[in-house]
Each structure stands twice: as C-alpha cells, then as structure tokens.
Design a protein around this ligand. Structure first.
Ligand code: 3PG
Length: 213
C-alpha cells in the first residue's frame, strides 16, 4: 500500500485537484488535462456526483490515473474503491482512516500539517503524505525544515500552490509532486474552456521539465 502510493506521487510533478459540479464535464476535463501532460487526477468528494465522475473518467479516458480527494471517513474510502478509483487522498487524518488505509488495497495518502501529526501517522507505517494546507502551514520552508529530522518521508503538498510557487516545492528533496486546483479553475470548467485547461497543464509540465524536476 505504502510503496504504491509513493510510486503514485513520484510519477507526475503536478496532480490537478478537481471539483466537478456537472458530471458531463468529467470526461472532457480529464481529457484536457491528459492532453496537457497531467495524467494523475484527484477528483474531490465535494460534489454529489464525484464518484460517478471518477467512474466515467476511469472507464472513458485513456492514459489516466484517477482517484478521490477529500476522503474524510472509512466509508468513503470503501466507496472510492467500489467506484473504480485508483487511489484516495485525505485533507487530514484520523486514527480510523489511518487504520482503514493500512487495511485497504487502495493506495491511500493521508495528510499532515504538523510534525506531531506526522509522527502519529508514521506509527501506522505511513511514509508518504499530503501536506495540507501547504501555504498557510509554513509552505516550502516548513517542508524543508521537516526534511531535517525526517529525510525519508515523501510529500505531495497542496493548498495555495500555483504557477508562481510550485517550483519552490518541487525543488525540495522530500517533495515528489504538488497538488492544486490552479490547472483546472472553476471559471474555465464553467465555460467548458478545455483548450485553456490543456494550456495550463502544459505550462506546468513545461516549467517542471525546464527545472529538470
Ligand atoms: C486540496 O483540496 O487539496 C486543496 O484545497 C487544493 O488547494 P488549492 O485550491 O489552493 O489548489
């Protein structure tokens, strides 16, 4: 479980965080991001049709890995697996979720925002985490400091990350990818401006490649 999730976060520099209000947007949105080079997608369980969106993306879009975000309890973790989600991500962690994540076959990424939360989750065997909310929890400087006592722990920070600061995170040795909604803004989804979303994705990939990340 743990190795799988580590492989997942190290396979793309940016993981789009998606809020899908209309299920008919799911497939064209995913296709737009994949066309721009971003192939690992987090669909947040913040809308009623998120699981349907995951099911459709996974059935209809080539070359994508799609999972669920905003997983806040064990029932949701099970529902994501049933819907064909390939991974699950939480904005935090609870003892219940940490245990369910260990018991589940689904790659699971819990989040931490403090060292004590990190140590608690490490006690369950976790070695990879989302760092959320990244910018307001100390940003790249905090993750750099955490690498001192915990050099082997891998992170995917999200929350307040965009084109202006994502390379600050990706250049840290303990960061494998960043997550963010900036590549799929609500306005562009509402306008169904898929080509603009492809451009945002391609720009993120281009910048990450240029910095050899
Ligand atoms: C998340 O859910 O992971 C974050 O809310 C994404 O944060 P952002 O919208 O600031 O990118």
């Amino acid at each position: 479980m743990s190795t799988q999730v580590e492989a997942l976060i190290s396979s793309a520099p940016v993981m789009p965080v998606l809020v899908i209000d209309h299920v008919e947007d799911a497939v064209p949105l995913a296709q737009a991001l994949v066309a721009g080079g971003l192939t690992i997608l987090e669909v947040t369980l913040r809308t009623p049709n998120a699981l349907t969106a995951i099911r459709r993306i996974s059935a209809e879009v080539e070359g994508v890995m799609v999972g669920a975000g905003t997983v806040t309890n064990s029932d949701q973790l099970a529902a994501v697996q049933q819907a064909g989600g390939q991974f699950a991500i939480s904005p935090g962690a609870t003892p219940e979720l940490l245990q369910s994540g260990i018991d589940s076959e689904l790659p699971y990424l819990p989040a931490i925002s403090t060292v004590s939360e990190l140590m608690l989750a490490m006690g369950y065997g976790y070695r990879a985490f989302k760092f959320f909310p990244a910018e307001s929890s100390g940003g790249a400087a905090a993750l750099k400091a955490i690498a001192g006592p915990f050099p082997d722990i891998r992170f995917c920070p999200t929350g307040g990350i965009g084109l202006g600061n994502f390379l600050d995170y990706l250049s840290l040795p303990n960061v494998d990818c960043v997550g963010g909604s900036w590549v799929a803004p609500a306005k562009l989804i509402r306008e169904q401006n898929w080509s603009a979303i492809t451009q945002l994705a391609a720009e993120a990939v281009h910048q990450a490649n240029q910095h050899n990340i």
